[in-house]
Ligand binder design. Structure first.
Ligand SMILES: NC(=O)c1ccc[n+]([C@@H]2O[C@H](COP(=O)([O-])OP(=O)(O)OC[C@H]3O[C@@H](n4cnc5c(N)ncnc54)[C@H](OP(=O)(O)O)[C@@H]3O)[C@@H](O)[C@H]2O)c1
Length: 191
């Protein structure tokens, strides 16, 4: 399959590309890659689908932890525009352009316990899970859509001087299984 991976230079995206590359043709995309796109720039998302592709994986963008009391209206909108609205915009374009039977795999996240500053991230993640569940029923031509919602990833915790979490290779395997499988409308929480 020809698979577009957006966010392919990040921790998750690099592992996903590595998991897919042995069997598929991966097009690695980020804002700074030779093939580039920005979730906040609709024209750049249109340009991604100039060539035929069979699947899209998005592991781009992030919602930083921000204390509720310090949030501004502008920050809320900016975070929604990237990870939530950007992935919805991307999924709509993928649904129009991917080949029959293709798949869309988005990235959310899971806070097992509420963490200070996680309200906006939790909103975005819940929105993505609801979007995928409902959109799956409307997709034409056998297209599928799912979201991977990891908890903390081991390598990220290690960089923060902490332990635990799920190794990024285990998280990447969840993406590979969704791309190669037949699930749709699901949220997968790799453990
Ligand atoms: N790491 C964790 O513990 C963890 C846990 C749960 C969920 N997640 C989610 O997993 C996803 C990936 O996380 P990560 O740790 O791999 O992040 P990361 O290492 O910061 O990588 C982010 C990737 O997305 C690209 N990117 C950022 N903003 C973008 C935009 N507006 N448009 C297009 N590309 C953009 C980055 O490249 P450029 O900057 O060059 O564009 C990079 O390739 C995020 O949605 C994150 O919330 C991560």
């Amino acid at each position: 399959m020809k698979i577009i991976v957006l966010g392919a230079t990040g921790l998750v995206g690099r592992a996903v590309a590595a998991a897919l590359e042995p069997r598929h043709d991966v097009i690695a995309v980020s804002r700074a890659s030779p093939v580039s796109a920005d979730l906040r720039d609709p024209a750049s998302l249109d340009a991604l689908f100039g060539e035929p592709a069979d699947a899209l994986v998005c592991c781009a963008a992030n919602v930083p932890l921000r204390p509720l009391a310090e949030l501004t209206d502008e920050q809320v909108l900016d975070d929604l525009r990237g990870k939530l609205l950007g992935q919805v915009a991307l999924a709509r374009r993928a649904a129009a352009h991917l080949g029959d039977g293709g798949s869309i795999t988005l990235t959310g996240g899971t806070f097992d316990e509420p963490v200070p500053g996680s309200g906006l991230g939790a909103l975005v993640n819940a929105g993505l899970e609801g979007f995928v569940r409902s959109a799956a029923a409307e997709l034409p031509r056998g297209l599928r859509i799912n979201v991977v919602s990891p908890g903390w990833i081991t390598e990220t915790l290690e960089a923060m001087g902490e332990q635990g979490g799920t190794p990024v290779a285990v998280v990447a395997e969840a993406y590979r299984a969704l791309v190669e499988g037949d699930a749709t409308g699901t949220t997968v929480r790799p453990r």
